[in-house]
Design a binder for this molecule. Structure first.
Ligand SMILES: [Zn+2]
Length: 258
């Protein structure tokens, strides 16, 4: 059972959704936490325990894409704790509830910082992956995305079938610019939103941190779903303090009531 305070904030959020015509969500690690994927920051986070990743991956790719692909394939075979956790992960109730909000016509678009592909697996169709998708490769010349398993790794680096450009895993590395098409789409969505939902992210990493602020400046109400206080909490119109896997399905339930 929900406590009364949480129940009230869920009802307030549902009321905002009912008034909205174009709701946009920003999601982060908290959405996937209950799928067994460790978060980067915070207690038990990968970065907290092992330190933030080094920035030389992008430099190596730029200098020697063949060497980068070889390392990347070896790493995949050997498997880090983080990639092994993502390999095992399946969508949780929060991913399915996000997809249901879209299917109900309540949520127009999702901007995600997650690379785990779980929102797509759960059925969300309008997703912009600002940090890329680990299941895809991206052409560094034309930006075309490929399913990683569909590309031929017999010769490294692999090349784009359309333009001959060098392919890279779609995941945006430290130091690598965010792909222009994804970034433009995010700005377009944030500009269009008349309601902005932030789920499971402390929203401190730019440029993602900017999108809720952009929407808010244009008058869109802000809903935060997060078990912990964040830098956005002071700006939020409704704060739902609870794990996404419990609260997003509860929001769907409320919106199913005519
Ligand atoms: Zn290409």
């Amino acid at each position: 059972m929900m406590d009364a305070a949480l129940d009230k904030t869920l009802r307030d959020a549902a009321a905002l959704f009912r008034r909205s015509r174009y709701a946009v969500a920003l999601t982060g690690a908290g959405l996937s936490a209950e799928s067994g994927i460790p978060t980067y920051r915070g207690t038990g986070g990968v970065w907290t325990r092992f330190g933030e990743p080094t920035i030389d991956g992008w430099d190596l790719f730029c200098q020697d894409p063949e060497a980068w692909w070889k390392l990347s394939i070896e790493h995949r075979v050997g498997g880090s704790e983080f990639s092994a956790a993502i390999d095992r992960a399946v969508p949780n109730a929060a991913h399915y509830a996000m997809a249901e909000l879209e299917q109900m016509g309540r949520l127009a678009h999702v901007i995600t910082q997650n690379i785990d592909n779980l929102q797509n697996v759960a059925g969300s169709r309008h997703v912009t992956e600002i940090h890329g998708n680990r299941a895809k490769a991206r052409c560094m010349s034309c930006g075309l995305r490929y399913r990683l398993e569909s590309i031929d790794l017999a010769t490294l680096p692999p090349h784009c079938a359309e333009c001959g450009g060098v392919l890279k895993n779609d995941v945006v590395m430290f130091g690598e610019p965010i792909p222009a098409d994804a970034l433009e789409e995010c700005y377009r969505q944030a500009f269009r939103a008349d309601l902005f939902l932030v789920v499971g992210t402390s929203a401190v990493v730019y440029p993602a941190a900017e999108f809720p602020l952009m929407a808010k400046r244009r008058g869109a109400p802000l809903i935060e779903i997060n078990p912990e206080e964040t830098a956005l909490s002071d700006l939020a119109d409704v704060i739902i303090r609870g794990p996404a896997a419990v609260t997003v399905p509860a929001l769907v339930e409320l919106l199913l009531i005519p």
